[in-house]
Design a protein around this ligand. Structure first.
Ligand SMILES: [Zn+2]
Ligand SMILES: [Zn+2]
Length: 141
């Protein structure tokens, strides 16, 4: 099974070859600004991704290790992608809201939990990581 998705205006569409079982939320300040809310991502390896209409995307290098892509016309937050070398290089995190049908994909993780505003939280029991824990795991040396 594969997953399809795309932006609000339809200029950019994509197909993911795998059927992702898990999604995860990121509460970091960059994801909150970029998505305009809570960014929920769906991980995909580079060779499992096919994008149509990629010339309608604009990418923004939000840090030294990742870029974020959005549609030039409608502004949909399509994906976060790791640009730094290493084991995660090229990995995409598609915006779960841009997937046409999430099916049974379950939210299993939350990153930067210490940056989450106090006024909301998810009911799902997830593996939560603080800023220090995330940095220890992902940040380049
Ligand atoms: Zn669009
Ligand atoms: Zn984030």
């Amino acid at each position: 099974m594969s997953k399809t998705g795309g932006c609000l205006c339809g200029a950019v569409t994509y197909t993911l070859k795998d059927e992702p079982a898990e999604i995860g939320a990121c509460h970091c300040n960059m994801c909150r600004k970029w998505s305009g809310g809570i960014y929920i991502g769906l991980e995909a390896k580079p060779d499992a991704v096919e994008i149509k209409g990629a010339d309608n995307l604009t990418t923004y290098a939000s840090s030294e290790w990742a870029e974020r892509a959005f549609c030039k016309t409608c502004g949909s937050s399509l994906y976060y992608r790791v640009t730094a070398p290493g084991p995660h290089a090229g990995t995409y995190h598609f915006g779960a809201g841009t997937v046409d049908d999430l099916g049974d994909a379950k939210m299993t993780g939350e990153l930067f939990i210490d940056n989450k505003p106090k006024g909301y939280s998810f009911a799902e029991k997830t593996h939560q990581m603080t800023t220090d824990e995330v940095m220890a795991l992902f940040a380049p040396e």
